[in-house]
Design a protein. Structure first.
Length: 291
C-alpha cells in the first residue's frame, strides 16, 4: 500500500510539471460551456487529443467562470481513481475537480433525473479535513487518516456535460471539472482518536464492499474500497499532492471525494437508489429518489 501511494504521489508531481506550457480553450468556448452547464444542455466536446496540460488550464478557466455563479469552494474531488473507470476514458492517471457550496445534498434527497446535461450516479466517499498542515505532510494512508475527522458516505451525481462523453479522454474529464454537479451525503462517521481505532478503520475502508441497489433491492453496481488506488486514503494522498502542486491549500472542513467504487450509471425518473458500505462499521445507507 505504501509503494502504491508513493507511485501516485509521483504521478501527481509529474502532472504538475506539464501544466506550464498549456494551451487553454478560448474564452468563447468556456462561456459556451458555462451556459450549457447552467442550462443543463450538452456542450461541444474538447479536442479528442487534449493533453493533460491543456485539460488542466481549461479546468482552471472553467472553474474561474463557474465560481462567479456557484460561490464558495467546499472541497475537491478525485476522479478516474478506479482502473475500470480509467479504462473507459483511455487513461491511467487520476484527475481532480472542485466542489462548490450547494452541490452537497442531504440524505434522502429527491433530485430530477435530468439534473444535468449528461447525468450519472455512482458510489463514492467523502473525508473531511481536520488538520490541513498534517494532511499536506502525509505520505501514507495511516498518516492521511490521522489528519481527517470524518468519513462521510456519499453518492455522487456527476454530469459529464458534453455531447459525446465516450469521446472524452482523461484530460477532457479534467477540463470539465471532472463532471462535478451534485451529490448526496450520508451520516458522517467520526474518525477514532486512538491509533488502534484508526488502524481498524483503515482496514475496513480498504476491505469494505460498496453496493448500489434500487428500491426492490436489485443490485445496480458493486465495488471494493481497494478499487480506488488500492485504498481510499491513497486517493486522498494523490488529491492533496495534486492540489499542492498547483498552489491550492486545503482548509479545515474541506471535504475530499475519493472517486467511484462502482460503474457510472444513468438515472431514470421514478428510480430510487440506495448505497451501502458493507464492512464499514456504523455506516448508514445513502438514499436518493430521482423524479
Amino acid at each position: 500500500m505504501r509503494r502504491a501511494a508513493a507511485a501516485w504521489l509521483a504521478a501527481a508531481a509529474l502532472g504538475a510539471v506539464g501544466s506550464a506550457q498549456a494551451q487553454c480553450l478560448d474564452d468563447a468556448q468556456i462561456q459556451a460551456w458555462v451556459t450549457g452547464y447552467l442550462d443543463k444542455t450538452p456542450v461541444d466536446n474538447p479536442p479528442g487529443d487534449l493533453s493533460a496540460a491543456d485539460g488542466a488550464c481549461t479546468r482552471a478557466k472553467f472553474n474561474a467562470a463557474l465560481a462567479q455563479r456557484l460561490g464558495k469552494v467546499v472541497g475537491y474531488k478525485a476522479g478516474l481513481t478506479n482502473p475500470a473507470v480509467q479504462k473507459r476514458f483511455n487513461t491511467d492517471q487520476p484527475v481532480w475537480g472542485k466542489l462548490y457550496e450547494g452541490m452537497l445534498l442531504p440524505n434522502g434527497a429527491t433530485v430530477p433525473a435530468r439534473f444535468g446535461a449528461r447525468p450519472l450516479f455512482e458510489a463514492d466517499l467523502l473525508l473531511r479535513v481536520a488538520d490541513p498542515a498534517a494532511l499536506k505532510q502525509a505520505r501514507t494512508p495511516a498518516q492521511a487518516l490521522a489528519a481527517v475527522d470524518q468519513v462521510i458516505p456519499f453518492m455522487e451525481l456527476p454530469d459529464l456535460l458534453v455531447q459525446a462523453p465516450p469521446k472524452l479522454n482523461g484530460a477532457g474529464v479534467s477540463a470539465i471539472n471532472v463532471g462535478a454537479r451534485l451529490g448526496v451525503a450520508g451520516q458522517p462517521l467520526a474518525v477514532p482518536q486512538d491509533e488502534a481505532g484508526r488502524t481498524a478503520l483503515l482496514q475496513q475502508l480498504r476491505d469494505m464492499e460498496v453496493t448500489l441497489s434500487d428500491a426492490q433491492g436489485k443490485e445496480l453496481g458493486r465495488g471494493k474500497g481497494s478499487d480506488v488506488l488500492e485504498h481510499p486514503l491513497a486517493a486522498v494522498l494523490w488529491l492533496v499532492q495534486a492540489l499542492g502542486a498547483e498552489g491550492i491549500e486545503l482548509k479545515q472542513g474541506d471535504v475530499l471525494s475519493v472517486g467511484s467504487f462502482s460503474p457510472l450509471l444513468p438515472p431514470v425518473a421514478g428510480q430510487s437508489a440506495e448505497l451501502r458500505y458493507e464492512g464499514l462499521a456504523g455506516a448508514q445507507p445513502v438514499r436518493v429518489q430521482f423524479e
